[in-house]
Design a protein around this ligand. Structure first.
Ligand SMILES: C[S@@+](CC[C@H](N)C(=O)[O-])C[C@H]1O[C@@H](n2cnc3c(N)ncnc32)[C@H](O)[C@@H]1O
Length: 250
């Protein structure tokens, strides 16, 4: 595999599927099952909690690539009907064991969802695109899974983030394969637009590495959020990831 080869069916996707299975087999906490650090997962969920304001009538939600079911349970707790899907059977089994009744769980690939068109009012897909060869198929599948006008949230690892740039450079110099797929908001936007998702809005997600997590609060102050929002280049350089929200075209 060349250093930037993320072609469909490549070792890259297969490697990640195997790794996610190993995480889920080995761990019993939400973060571990999904392959996150505890502080990283907490930061992500806090971010989503701050941003997500669905309409009351948007009742049914799909959590695509649900891992341990963290977001499924979160949305259930907000009064939504939720289905959590993941291609990793051990993760789905653990999600089921960790949850009270209320969420529907299933094993499925987010790039080939076995779901009738327009089944949900909304869909999220978090922590998945970095392990996919492209964001095109998942965008198309999520667009088809929600009703026209339905809300869709997809996140990705930010290719312009400084530590990521340095990490990728190091891998290039050492001629090592890329471990994760990074992308720019522009690339993900294009994938979502091509899938018929409109009214796109991007939010930066700054997440400090575990060893600096005690300083994470600085990035969550109103001043810092405002700065990242109003100076996009700063957001791009400092944010570990980003999330794009949009709506299926009516
Ligand atoms: C990093 S975890 C994120 C889990 C959860 N969404 C979260 O954010 O905490 C990524 C999850 O996506 C799942 N996944 C990756 N590629 C997938 C695919 N093509 N179809 C379904 N699930 C997938 C993995 O099995 C894993 O459980």
């Amino acid at each position: 595999m060349s250093q930037e080869d993320f072609s469909k069916g490549s070792n890259f996707e297969r490697g990640w599927k195997k790794r996610f299975g190993q995480y889920a087999d080995a761990r019993d906490d939400d973060a571990g099952i999904a392959g996150w650090t505890q502080s990283g997962l907490e930061t992500r969920v806090r971010n989503f909690d701050a941003l997500w304001a669905p309409a009351t009538e948007a009742r049914s939600w799909l959590d695509a690539g649900c891992g341990a079911g963290t977001y499924s349970r979160f949305m259930l707790g907000k009064g939504k009907q939720v289905v959590g899907l993941d291609y990793c059977f051990p993760a789905v089994k653990k999600a089921l064991n960790r949850s009270s009744n209320g969420v529907g769980w299933g094993v499925a690939d987010v790039t080939r969802l076995p779901i009738a068109n327009g089944s949900f009012d909304g869909a999220i897909c978090f922590g998945v695109t970095q392990a996919l060869s492209t964001s095109n198929e998942v965008s198309r599948e999520l667009a088809a899974a929600v009703k026209p006008g339905g809300e869709i949230w997809i996140d990705a690892l930010n290719s312009a983030c400084l530590p990521h740039l340095l990490g990728r450079l190091k891998r290039k110099l050492l001629q090592r394969d890329m471990h994760l797929r990074y992308e720019s908001p522009r690339q993900l936007r294009r994938a979502m637009e091509d899938a018929g998702i409109v009214k796109l809005k991007r939010y930066w997600i700054p997440i400090l590495p575990y060893r600096f997590c005690r300083y994470q609060w600085i990035f969550e102050t109103r001043v810092m959020r405002g700065l990242l929002h109003s100076v996009p280049v700063l957001g791009a350089l400092l944010s570990h990831g980003f999330v794009i929200k949009g709506y299926r075209q009516q």
